[in-house]
Design a binder for this molecule. Sequence first.
Ligand code: NAD
Length: 479
Amino acid sequence: MSAESTATTSFGHVIDGEERGSLGNEHFASVDPWTREPWADVALGGAAEADLAVAAARRAFDEGPWPRMGLAERGALLHRLADLVESHADELARAESRDMGKPVADARDKDVPRTALNFRFFADHARLVTAETYPMDSGHHAYSRYEPVGVVAAIAPWNFPLMLESWKVAPALAWGNTVVLKPAEDTPATATILARLAVEAGLPPGVFNVVHGYGPGSAGEALTTDARVDRITFTGESGTGRAIAGAAARHLTPVSLELGGKGANLVFADADLDDAVDWSIKAIFSNAGQVCLAGSRLFVERPVLEEFTARFVAAAEALRVGDPAQESTQVGPLASQEHWRKVTGFLDEPGGKVLTGGRGDGWVVRPTVIVDAPLDARVHREEIFGPVVTVTPFDTEDEAVRLANDSPFGLNAMLFTENLSRAHRVSAALRAGTVWTNCFFVRDLRAPFGGVGDSGWGREGGTFSREFFTEPKACVMAV
Ligand code: NAD
């Protein structure tokens, strides 16, 4: 991105409770993917700004009130932040939409409420969850304590910026840690707004810091190699996850990695086809397919292949594609020119027959359905992260499971069937962190979330987040 822009809105780092520019006054432009014009100036941080932010978080943890506060008091501040998120829903949604082209209605009606829920849920969960006690045969009494770890570095992607940032920041804060968040360079705006709201909610200075910048050789890498950071929570590409795991090894900093996906979606012949079509459309074309959990490999049992494909293509063609600022838009442009080039690169060598879709105006890719692609084609193997799906037939349940599991990724899978026994059998056999039957994207925040293989390390959600963002300690008492 160019450092020059005509944008008038600006977003700074938020360090120690103050919004500020970079030490060398460097900045970069955030480009609106629909207008393809810069819309905001953003402070460009590097190692020096990351250093300041980590120092502030360290001070706030070592000397400040946050880790020493009771859970109820901390929780009340996080609830206040959730209230402010809701009362700024329009501002947050517009900023997110301009940063990455997400339909503004999706940002306002789905991502912002979920962000508020994340803060409320983790505040309440930390307060209400019980710790274990172990009455011992010897008469000793053991129990566990879950203590904050210290400074958490959170590094986030651009596809659900605010919502995924809150998924990391909320549990880290609820358990008494301090945080330095580095949002993706394509979507900086809502992180700064969130940090402004955190100051307004009354979080003490240094508890929640935001530093903007890039990954390698920039603020991101600096956070992953800093010995004062106690945990790194990362969501992004599998290749970046490998780089971060390598960097974190230097200080043995524990890392949580939520990485890429290539979700399989199995439609059995006994499925309710209305439901299967509806969910399968949402699973691949929501957020213009820029969803780690996207159902990008559709496998359909042969007896319903023709009917399902015809209805699926018709539904894909009926989606309203266009200006994300319009309330009715369902599919906006891709998030950046770089990403648009990557996705259209797949369309240049589809490996099969394109039934519908292809390039739209500007950085738009229309909902695209590919059939007859060989199983070793790139469109089948690699994460496209766009509105592009392959449809492949299968003949038996065993074959469906084999096809689904034939991927280095293992984030999630879906199946559509009216046969309950099959639903349990196939759910057990699929190699994935989450399996949905007859639905998609439904989450209980207490349930484990994460992936297998190239989709990541570890799980977050409920007690799984507690394990990562605390140091569990065993205390043993003699009688
Ligand atoms: P990315 O890996 O390019 O970037 C993610 C973040 O990492 C950005 O903030 C970036 O600046 C930073 N970064 C890049 N290199 C770094 C380095 N060497 N050190 C430190 N930080 C570095 O990912 P993206 O393109 O922003 O996001 C899309 C990817 O995220 C897709 O692969 C998608 O599947 C994945 N994703 C996964 C989940 C999940 O929960 N598993 C959720 C959303 C997105």
